[in-house]
Design a protein around this ligand. Structure first.
Ligand SMILES: Cc1cc2nc3c(=O)[nH]c(=O)nc-3n(C[C@H](O)[C@H](O)[C@H](O)COP(=O)(O)OP(=O)(O)OC[C@H]3O[C@@H](n4cnc5c(N)ncnc54)[C@H](O)[C@@H]3O)c2cc1C
Length: 408
C-alpha cells in the first residue's frame, strides 16, 4: 500500500492533536487523516481561557490553532462532537460513540485530560465551576460579575490565574489551598512566597493548609456556603475547583496499552503498541532532564510532542526530550520556568526577590539546570542557553547584577 492510501487517525482535536494533523501534512503525508474531537470546536489553545478570554478581552476565535482557511487546506476528515469509545487493536479500528468505525494504519492519542472535580457534598451544585475548555470559560466568565465573591479551591496555576482575572474584574476572591504553599508541586519555595505576596497585595485572601469539606446552597438559593475543614463557613457566589487534571487515558487502558497515570510512551512517542502513539497532557514519558517519568502539562510540550508523534508515525526518527518551559500571566506579570527545579539543586537568586523582576537559578554540580522568575524574559533567554549548553558557572557571578549574563 502506498503512503497515500494509508489512514492516520488522531483522537483529540486539542493542541497536540491539531499540531499532529498539521505536521502530517507539512511532512508530505498525502493519505487520509481522521481528526476526531469530542468538542464542537476546531483545535484551539487553552492558555487564554484563564486569562484574556476569561477576562472578556479576547474572543474565543482568537484561540484557534489554525486560521479557518489553513485548517481547511489540511483536507482532514474532521469529526467534531465525536467521541472515540474503543480501540480494536487486532482489527486496527477505532469505534466512535455515534456508531462510526474508523480503520487506521497509525493512531495518535492526544486526548489530554479533564479537570478534577471536588469529591465533596455539593460539588455538583449550580455555581460550582471547573475550567478546561472554551465552554467552561464561557460559563465561568458569565459568573465573574464585579462585586461578587469567588471562592477558588486550589492554589495552582489555574486557580491563581483565575484569581488574578477575577480581581481585575472587581470580584472578591478567596483561594483555599490544601498544601502549605502555592503551586507547591511545580515551583520552589522562593516562587511560592513571591506568588503569595503578589496575590495578597492584589487583595486576594489566601488560606494555606486549608481544605473544604462541603458546599451548600444559601436559603434563597442565590449563593453558596462553603464549610472549611476547620469548621468555619464562607459565603460566596461562585466556586472554582482548580485542583488538577485527570488524564483521559481510559481509551488506551481499556485497549490494554501500558498506562501509569497516563499513556506510557517512549521518546519516539510510541506506546506499547508500535502502531499507536500518544502526545500532550495524556502522555507519560521518561524526561531525561528530570530523571523520572512524568506527564508535562504545558503548551510547549503539547505542541512539540504532537509534532514529534506525527513525524514518528511517518517513520521519521525523533527523540522527544524538550527542555521543559512553562509560563503564567497574572496581574500583568509574566512568570516563566525553564527546566525542572528540584529541592537538591542549589538556588541562586539574581535580583531582588521583594521586587517584581528577578531570576532564581538552580544549579546541579555547578551547571544551571533550571531557572525561573517573574518579568525577566531577557535574563531567562540567557538562562535557557546556559541550561542547553550545560555550561559550568560561578554562582557568585550569576547572583551579581554587575555581571551581565551574556558574559557568563
Ligand atoms: C485554562 C488553562 C490555562 C493554561 N495556561 C497555560 C499556560 O499559561 N502556559 C502553559 O504552558 N500551559 C498552559 N495550559 C496547559 C496547556 O493548555 C495544555 O498543556 C495543552 O492544552 C495540552 O494539550 P493536549 O492537546 O494534550 O490536550 P487538550 O488541549 O486538552 O486536548 C485534548 C482534546 O481531546 C478531546 N478528547 C478527549 N478524549 C476524547 C475522546 N475519547 N474522543 C474524542 N476527543 C477526545 C478533549 O475534549 C480535548 O478537546 C493551560 C491549560 C488550561 C486548561
Amino acid at each position: 500500500m502506498s503512503a497515500d492510501e494509508k489512514t492516520i487517525a488522531i483522537v483529540g482535536a486539542g493542541q497536540a492533536g491539531g499540531w499532529a494533523a498539521q505536521t502530517l501534512r507539512s511532512e508530505g503525508f498525502g493519505g487520509r487523516i481522521v481528526l476526531i474531537g469530542d468538542e464542537a470546536h476546531r483545535p484551539y489553545e487553552r492558555p487564554p481561557l484563564s486569562k484574556s478570554v476569561l477576562a472578556g478581552e479576547a474572543l474565543p476565535e482568537m484561540t484557534r490553532l489554525q486560521k479557518p482557511e489553513a485548517f481547511d487546506a489540511l483536507e482532514l476528515d474532521w469529526r467534531p462532537l465525536a467521541s472515540a469509545t474503543r480501540i480494536d487493536r487486532a482489527a486496527k479500528q477505532l469505534h466512535l460513540a455515534n456508531g462510526d468505525v474508523v480503520g487506521y494504519d497509525k493512531l495518535i492519542l492526544c486526548t489530554g485530560g479533564r479537570a478534577r472535580r471536588l469529591g465533596i457534598p455539593g460539588a455538583e451544585l449550580p455555581g460550582v465551576f471547573t475550567l478546561r475548555n472554551l465552554d467552561d470559560a464561557a460559563a465561568l466568565g458569565a459568573a465573574l460579575v464585579p462585586g461578587r465573591r469567588l471562592l477558588i479551591v486550589g492554589g495552582g496555576w489555574i486557580g491563581l490565574e483565575v484569581a488574578a482575572t477575577a480581581r481585575r474584574k472587581g470580584l472578591d476572591v478567596t483561594v483555599v489551598e490544601a498544601m502549605q504553599r502555592l503551586c507547591e508541586r511545580t515551583v520552589p519555595p522562593e516562587i511560592s512566597a513571591y506568588l503569595l505576596r503578589l496575590h495578597a497585595s492584589n487583595g486576594v485572601l489566601v488560606e494555606l493548609g486549608m481544605g473544604i469539606e462541603r458546599l451548600a446552597q444559601t436559603q434563597g438559593g442565590a449563593g453558596l456556603i462553603a464549610t472549611l475543614v476547620d469548621g468555619r463557613t464562607l459565603a460566596c457566589d461562585a466556586v472554582l475547583a482548580g485542583i488538577g487534571l485527570v488524564p483521559n487515558d481510559e481509551l488506551a487502558r481499556e485497549a490494554g496499552l501500558q498506562c501509569e497515570g497516563g499513556v506510557m510512551v517512549d521518546s519516539q512517542c510510541l506506546t506499547s503498541d508500535p502502531d499507536i502513539l500518544a502526545a500532550g497532557d495524556v502522555a507519560v514519558w521518561h524526561c531525561e532532564r528530570a530523571g523520572r517519568r512524568m506527564r508535562l502539562e504545558s503548551w510547549q510540550n503539547a505542541q512539540e510532542q504532537g509534532i514529534a508523534a506525527a513525524r514518528s508515525a511517518l517513520g521519521i526518527a525523533v527523540n522527544h526530550q524538550p527542555l521543559p518551559w512553562f509560563w503564567s500571566d497574572q496581574y500583568g506579570i509574566n512568570l516563566q520556568i525553564f527546566g525542572m527545579p528540584a529541592p537538591e539543586h542549589l538556588a541562586v537568586v539574581r535580583g531582588d526577590m521583594q521586587g517584581d523582576s528577578f531570576v532564581v537559578f538552580f544549579l546541579d554540580a555547578g551547571k544551571v539546570v533550571a531557572a525561573l522568575g517573574p518579568n525577566a524574559a531577557r535574563d531567562l533567554r540567557f538562562a535557557r542557553r546556559l541550561i542547553e549548553r550545560g555550561t559550568t558557572v560561578d554562582a557568585g557571578q550569576l547572583a551579581d547584577l554587575q555581571v551581565p549574563l551574556s558574559k557568563i
